[in-house]
Design a protein around this ligand. Sequence first.
Ligand code: PLP
Length: 397
Amino acid sequence: MRTGQTQLFIPGPTNVPEVVRQAMNVAQQDMRAHDFGDLTLPIFADLKTLFRCETGRVMLFPGSGTAAWEAAITNTLNTGDRILIARHGQFSTLWAQMAERLGLVVEAIDLAWGAACPVNEIARRLGADREGAIKAVFVTHNETATGVTSDVAGVRRALDECFHDALLFVDGVSSIGSLDFRMEEWGVDLAVAGTQKGLMCPAGLGILGVSDKAMAASRTATMRRAYFDFADMAAMNAVGQFPYTPPTPLLHGLRRALDRILREEGLDAVIARHRRLAEAVRRGVAAMGLEIVAEHHSICSDTVTAIRVPEGVDARDVIRIAYDEFNTSLGSGLGPLNGRVFRIGHLGDLNEAMVLTALSVAELALVRAGADLRFGAGVGAAQAHFAAQRGTAPRMQ
Ligand code: PLP
């Protein structure tokens, strides 16, 4: 029997605010009614604001981020096209795998898990590609497996400096709506997100920002697609409808979540809050004497931190103990990081008190799993950070 609320510190799905949950408690409605667009058209417009794009469009595909990955690829590329991608974590690896399975030629740059997308190497390869064989560059803006944020603007600069015409694909599943993301300014052609992370909703919709250039590419791209066809989606979206049945309660939740982000808290404030909370997590982890997976502080993610456990401790035990004994979910280490890393997701509907809980339970579970650390070290460092942020001199120790 579990009492109290389960504390959720996985990097998605994230906590759904009560107002968003309530907003989803609606009767089913006619998605072919003439006024269905009263719900959907403002959502499409608000998503463009969230993605920071003036031109282009944002589409919603019933599915998840992975569905939006596939929609992006199959609508804009041709079988046998070459794409350039850095593999530096589970999600960039899976995206490259999907591209291969769909018939693309993947030029991968393999890096240590913990590195960021290597802008200079991307620039070098684009510069060497005189025939324009590379049709797309894929960037994982925020590698959720390692807690690393990459420089999308830098990749855009590399493309521009080489006068390279490749499409820029960006996975923003764990960044859009939480981190600074600028689709228009960075010239992103396809931007992938999902409802279940920064957007604080349940999973169920893959969200895809599509530039005018990507839309034009979709008119000639010959890769096979049916469910995900942009043309069908765009035609129906023009009148606020979908080519198939959308999850209407989720759309109501998204409506409410967008109001919260864009109108109540404000996107800049949301981004600043994520920065503040993430910094507290990082300070807490450092004070515990633990290392993070991100190779450098300049690339640390503000939505998730991947933490290495001390020698002799199994991260799976830490996660199991946190869950079984303290009703708290921490994120697991993915792929080769399994057993060596646990993650704290700090995105979505989160505040200081919740971060202190995450650090406190992580300390408890680590000690119970055999780690030698001093109780309170991590929590204290985070408290000091929060106190300093509020303008109060920290008085710990
Ligand atoms: N890309 C990133 C960076 C992710 O973190 C995830 C999921 O965690 C995905 C893609 C896959 O998204 P989904 O699980 O919504 O299909």
